[in-house]
Design a protein around this ligand. Structure first.
Ligand code: FEO
Length: 497
């Protein structure tokens, strides 16, 4: 082991799964083997678990049911699959690879699919490591394979895995093609769906679109590879939506651009890098993508998200929910922002047309989980929704104003009704205000003529915060003779909020 083999080098090589053998010197390095049939190529004794996608297109992906957090962020209680495909043409092709956690099963699958043949091409549609972690090992196992990718992908490949593919790369751009015998693959650039180097690969013969992350879903595959083999709307749609909105949701424009390109070719099979493959009813999932990427709500529906410590704000949220439901709006759901993973809230916000926010004031700001949710909504570029706001604060409620500031930054979003201010717990007077707010939301959902978006937007009220104790005075100006009712500080201690 050379002394200049740094820890960074080790980590990069480990990612490819080859470091331990070559560093310890106890087993031959893969690099010494010139044939894919070298002794010891199996990481574990096992068999492949492939499925045919079409005559000569074979699924070689792997499901991970041990993973807890996808991207170390998103809970995946149903696991996740990393999809990869082999095409057995005159030349053989592998489309994308898998995450480092499942390379053992992956190479069993690839070996089984190739049936003793060598690999000629590895097409890299996306360089995120959940699809690229096995590339280095593929290149070692199949030294004759060429890598087909964008120039950006080549750069990122080298950054992640110290993997220099110059000399064995085919760099492609929009409209370039690759003929492998019977098949001709056309490359479609898809930048920011979901990284800048992304492309999709369209097989002009089978009509299969290898779509990278697009049309993917959280969830491990359970032998059922195709979306028509499961009850997708019932069992998969929530995870497909959560996957799209959280992973790709920010890039609606870019997804729309790819959908426009997709409309110009005859797609018969959608082969994403996660979740089921689509070979029937493609219009259904394309329509979902059309909604999500254009930030069009899927339903006239209300989500009520509350952040509550002692129950007062929760009580207000429940009252509004009951009133909206009483008015005849069926699709209403209430979420505790502290108990619901933010990825679920983001997905539900993409689904619903209306969002009611109810938050306590916390450290003179928005309750932390609610602030996190709203900033995440902003980060995911949510647009064109109707919001309503309830704030709570026992002595200086400011969360309503602060939540509105974030909502106002969301393109095409409006606030309906008057912000309701609760002090500690909802009073009888608050009850009437909450009913009025619920009425405004209902009218907006139903699209009635009385819909108050334009009419009832509250006139901005100036708020002045006592810099000694945090009390908030509302009014155009703090009067000269004013004394803070909490701490007695005079007007010079008040700053505009
Ligand atoms: Fe599934 Fe963007 O990687």
């Amino acid at each position: 082991m050379s002394m200049d083999f740094t820890r960074r080098d080790f980590l990069k090589a480990s990612a490819a799964g080859i470091a331990a053998a070559s560093v310890l010197g106890s087993v031959p390095s893969f690099a010494e083997d010139k044939s894919p049939d070298f002794e010891g190529k199996k990481k574990f004794a096992g068999i492949g678990s492939c499925r045919k996608v079409a005559d000569d297109i074979i699924y070689v992906g792997v499901s991970d049911r041990r993973i807890q957090l996808f991207e170390n962020v998103y809970p995946v209680p149903r696991g996740v699959s990393y999809n990869s495909y082999v095409i057995l043409d005159d030349k053989t092709v592998l489309v994308d690879t898998v995450d480092r956690s499942v390379t053992g099963q992956f190479f069993e699958n690839v070996t089984a699919a190739l049936g003793g043949r060598n690999l000629d091409y590895l097409i890299v549609n996306h360089m995120e490591p959940d699809h690229s972690s096995a590339i280095s090992e593929v290149l070692v196992r199949y030294p004759g394979a060429k890598v087909v990718c964008t120039s950006a992908a080549a750069t990122i490949l080298n950054q992640f895995f110290a993997c220099d593919i110059s000399g064995r790369s085919v760099i492609v751009g929009e409209g370039d093609t690759l003929n492998t015998g019977r098949h001709t693959f056309a490359f479609v650039m898809a930048p920011m769906v979901h990284w800048p180097e992304v492309m999709m690969t369209y097989d002009t013969v089978s009509g299969a679109l290898f779509s990278a992350d697009a049309f993917g879903s959280f969830g491990a595959l359970n032998g059922n590879l195709f979306a028509d083999e499961v009850d997708f709307p019932r069992d998969w749609l929530p995870d497909a939506r959560r996957y799209y909105c959280n992973i790709v949701g920010k890039y609606g424009k870019q997804v729309q651009a790819v959908l426009a390109k997709a409309g110009t070719v005859d797609i018969k099979i959608l082969c994403p890098t996660h979740g089921p493959v689509w070979r029937e009813n493609l219009g259904w999932i394309l329509d979902k993508y059309s909604h999500w990427s254009s930030y069009t709500p899927e339903a006239k529906a209300v989500m009520i998200v509350y952040g509550s410590v002692y129950g007062g704000t929760e009580s207000a949220a429940n009252a509004v929910a009951a009133e909206i439901s009483r008015s005849g709006v069926a699709d209403v759901a209430v979420y505790d922002v502290s108990k619901t993973h933010v990825s679920e809230l983001i997905a539900e916000a993409f689904r619903c047309s209306h969002i009611v926010l109810a938050s306590i004031t916390y450290n003179m700001g928005i309750f932390t989980p609610m602030k996190n949710f709203l900033l995440d909504l902003e980060a995911h570029n949510l647009q064109d929704r109707c919001f309503a706001i309830i704030e709570n604060g026992s002595w200086s409620p400011v969360s309503g104003k602060l939540m509105r500031e974030i909502v106002d930054r969301l393109a095409g979003c409006v606030v309906v009704g008057k912000t309701v201010t609760v002090k500690s717990s909802p009073s009888e007077k608050d009850s009437a205000a909450l009913a009025e707010l619920a009425g405004a939301v209902s009218a907006s959902v139903k699209g009635s003529a009385e819909s108050p978006e334009a009419a009832a937007a509250p006139a901005p009220v100036k708020k002045w915060v006592c810099t000694v104790c945090g009390y908030v005075y509302e009014g155009e100006k703090v009067p000269d003779d004013y004394k803070c009712p909490l701490c007695g500080a005079g007007p010079s201690f008040f700053k505009e909020a």
